[in-house]
Design a protein around this ligand. Structure first.
Ligand code: GLN
Length: 192
C-alpha cells in the first residue's frame, strides 16, 4: 500500500520509518503529481505556517482536496492537524487551512511553561494507554457533527476522526509505538 508523507518541512522521516516497519510503502511527497497513486497521505508535525507557505508555493492545496475527494485518506499530526481543520484560531493572516475536517483548531494552545509535555492517553479501542508526546501542541477547540473523538487529554480532544480523515495533536511518530500508524492503515485508509 502506497502512503505518502508530505515532505516539505517537519518530522516526515519518522513517519516514513513507522510506515515501512508496518509493511506499507512510504513515499516522500515533494510535488503534487506524487499524490496521484496514493491510498493515504500524512501531513507531519513541524511549523504549520512554514508548511502552509510551502504548500502554497508548490500548489498543494487543491490537489490534496481533490485527491481526498477521490478516496485518499489524510492524517495530520500536530501542525498537520492544524492544516486539516476548516478553521484555525491564532493563524497567521496568510495561513490558509485545507478545510478537510469540520473542526476549529487553536495553534500553540498551551502556555510557554507547558509548551511541551508527555501524557498517557486512552485511545479508543486500544488495550493500554498510548504515550502522547505534545510539542507546542494545538488544541481541538470545537468539532462539528460527524467528527468522532478518539482520545482526550484533560477533557479536551487530542485525536479525532471524520471518515477517512484523522487528526492527532501529538506526535505518534516520535514514540516508537506503531499503534496509531497501524490504526490509520487498517481503519482510516479506505474508510468513507
Ligand atoms: N506550534 C506549531 C504550529 O503552529 C505546531 C507544532 C508541532 O507540529 N509540533 O505549527
Amino acid at each position: 500500500m502506497r502512503i505518502g508523507v508530505l515532505a516539505l518541512q517537519g518530522a516526515f522521516r519518522e513517519h516514513m520509518l513507522d510506515l515501512e516497519a508496518l509493511g506499507a510503502s512510504a513515499v516522500a511527497v515533494r510535488l503534487p503529481s506524487q499524490l496521484d497513486d496514493l491510498r493515504g497521505l500524512i501531513i507531519p508535525g513541524g511549523e504549520s505556517t512554514a508548511i502552509a507557505k510551502l504548500m502554497r508555493t508548490y500548489g498543494f492545496y487543491d490537489p490534496i482536496r481533490l485527491r481526498h475527494l477521490d478516496g485518499m485518506a489524510v492524517w495530520g499530526t500536530c501542525a498537520g492537524a492544524i492544516l486539516m481543520a476548516d478553521r484555525i484560531a491564532d493563524a497567521r493572516p496568510d495561513q490558509e487551512p485545507l478545510g478537510l475536517m469540520r473542526m476549529l483548531v487553536r495553534r500553540n494552545a498551551f502556555g510557554r511553561q507547558v509548551d511541551s509535555f508527555e501524557a498517557s492517553l486512552g485511545f479508543d479501542g486500544f488495550e493500554s494507554p498510548f504515550p502522547g508526546v505534545f510539542i507546542r501542541a494545538p488544541q481541538i477547540e470545537r468539532i462539528a457533527e460527524g467528527v468522532t473523538v478518539l482520545a482526550r487529554h484533560a477533557g479536551q480532544p487530542v485525536a479525532a476522526r471524520q471518515g477517512d480523515l484523522l487528526a492527532t495533536t501529538f506526535h505518534p511518530e516520535l514514540t516508537g509505538d506503531p499503534r496509531i500508524h497501524r490504526y490509520f492503515l487498517d481503519h482510516v485508509v479506505g474508510a468513507r
